[in-house]
Design a protein around this ligand. Sequence first.
Ligand SMILES: C[S@@+](CC[C@H](N)C(=O)[O-])C[C@H]1O[C@@H](n2cnc3c(N)ncnc32)[C@H](O)[C@@H]1O
Length: 356
Amino acid sequence: MRFLIEGLQSIWRNIGYGLVARRYEGLDLYAMMHMFWFSRAIHTMADLRLADHLKQPRTARELAELTGCQADPLERLLMFLKSSGVLTLDGQSRFQLHRRALTMASDAAISLRPWADVLGNEVWKAATQLTQTVRSGTGGFELATGQTYWEFLAGHADRRACFDEGMGIWTQVHSPEVVRKLRLKDRKVLVDVGGGGGRMMIAILKANPHLQGIVFDREETMSTARRNIAEAGLSDRLQARSGNFLEDVPEGDSYLIKHALHDWRDEFATQILQAVRRRTPENGRLFIVDAVLGQDRAGERFRRLLDIQQLLWTREGKERTQDDFTKLLSAARFRLDKVRRTAFHDVSVIEASPTR
Ligand SMILES: C[S@@+](CC[C@H](N)C(=O)[O-])C[C@H]1O[C@@H](n2cnc3c(N)ncnc32)[C@H](O)[C@@H]1O
């Protein structure tokens, strides 16, 4: 206890965190427990669309006018973002985006703004329930709002659009790697189960001109999926169909489930796979794209973080080991054939085939 108090006093005296941490093992937790302030600041940056307003250098007062904020607290936030290496400040008290923060602009080629928005709003709400989720086993979003995330989005079209945009951007980042790992030469109709706005299928069909596709998801995503498909010029080969994957899926000779199984605890994930299995022909093929826990040391911290995020955000979802996938697939009469890694720690392609 004495070392803790002394340690804290040392910090308050501004002796320097590094020195304190060296003297008192464990005090680095003091830094860890404050880390959420960095993410909160970035979420607020996204909410206020600061990066869009910083196409040119601006003072705190100018930014306050553009965002409808009070100049003083906004300036303090801007100074915190500057000290965190997100913004820079010139000799005329004008803030600018640091190079690394260009991705926060809404029109960036790969914009992180919508994902920061989702994390800072719905995921944050879920995260506040961590203790209660660990006690009760119920997902944090449901505890906080009384609804599952997908039910909530069904009643909030603007939040659904934000999620689809954010997810779609990640999927565009993942897609070249995933496309390379899929064995589709002998396939005719691929169904993307929980395919969201269709970004993955668009990339797959562009790379496989012989293939027809179906993006299958909840009714709320259909307008986004149809718009994306039409913009990609693929309306003749790619359909968007709505339904509930816990009950049934459209007919195809191959299936893809990307980052959708990890939204569900085993009981529901099994239901999804069983619905797919009922439609899968004997020569069918299933591709699951998800993280694989325990795959290597380098990505494990990130995958463990995602595992907690899934627990809180979704229907007690989870990341899984290869062994977990083998068991889950076997319960739905599939055999795990191969796991192909990609450059992303949370993206592996698991190939499976039907058994009797
Ligand atoms: C995490 S997103 C993944 C989207 C897409 N596969 C991707 O990687 O970009 C999970 C998707 O599952 C869909 N979903 C959730 N519950 C569903 C249900 N009962 N039936 C069909 N789709 C569902 C969601 O609407 C969402 O688009």
